[in-house]
Design a protein around this ligand. Structure first.
Ligand code: ZN
Ligand code: ZN
Ligand code: ZN
Length: 247
């Protein structure tokens, strides 16, 4: 399987509109890894493509990564930066199979009532199969969302854990469920000297990676409060748009 981080930014993305901080300034240089579109992850095998969340930047992301068809979408939660691009399926694909906690799937498909979607409700900790892989959702906390989810993906040999947007206070049942991943893709929206209640900062993400015994960790959902990529990639395992992992 191949995991591609299509979008590694937070809700406003980097550059943020009307900001001239060091990260946003660097992000305006062609090819800069500080430039971050909104959150989405592509999971691919020989059998197809699954999108984790539908970034508002989805069209550009799919074109950039040459994805001709999306076989399924799995949503983590109902925040705009994670579902806004679902409308980009308009007149491109219909009846896209969508997966998630019932409240999340209903909330998003109601907003995009003019699109047809094939709805699949899943429950926390109950695996389902897509493109030859096993996916499952685990519960996290992400105020004020009622049922935000992280995602576990397995090919039978490797385990990938995506934290989703989450606070450091992950329920114990979930911590037990996500032990020993080969790769932990962690929300780490800001560096450790800042605190954002709804998300983990870099210290929280490191702490969680240690708690679950992650073999490899990468930070995503990154804001412009980090220094430009080339500087802060020496201090943190920062992801960048287009970064990929093969298992
Ligand atoms: Zn900025
Ligand atoms: Zn969120
Ligand atoms: Zn988000």
């Amino acid at each position: 399987m191949k995991i591609t981080l299509l979008g590694t930014g937070d809700a406003p993305g980097t550059p943020t509109i009307n900001c001239s901080c060091p990260a946003c300034t660097d992000a305006k240089n062609p090819g800069s890894k500080s430039r971050r579109t909104r959150f989405s992850i592509l999971v691919s095998t020989d059998l197809g493509n699954v999108l984790i969340d539908t970034s508002p930047d989805m069209r550009e992301q799919l074109l950039r990564s040459n994805v001709s068809r999306v076989d399924a979408v799995v949503w983590t939660h109902g925040h705009y930066d994670h579902y806004g691009g679902f409308a980009e399926f308009y007149r491109v694909q219909s009846n896209v199979p969508v997966y998630g906690i019932q409240e999340t799937v209903d909330y998003i498909t109601n907003i995009y009532f003019f699109l047809t979607a094939s709805k699949n409700y899943v429950k926390f900790y109950e695996p389902f199969s897509l493109i030859g892989l096993e996916f499952s959702l685990f519960e996290v906390k992400h105020f004020p969302e009622k049922h935000p989810a992280g995602i576990v993906i397995s090919d039978g040999k490797h385990k990938i854990v995506i934290s989703g947007d989450c606070e450091v206070d992950i329920p114990q049942e979930s911590l037990d469920y996500i032990q020993n991943p080969d790769l932990f893709i962690a929300d780490a929206i800001v560096p450790e000297f800042m605190d954002v209640k709804k998300h983990m900062n870099s210290d929280h993400a490191f702490e969680t990676a240690k708690k679950i015994g992650a073999k490899n960790t990468v930070f995503t959902h990154l804001s412009h409060y980090y220094k430009p990529y080339d500087i802060d990639c020496k201090n943190y395992p920062l992801a960048y748009d287009g970064m990929s992992f093969e298992f």
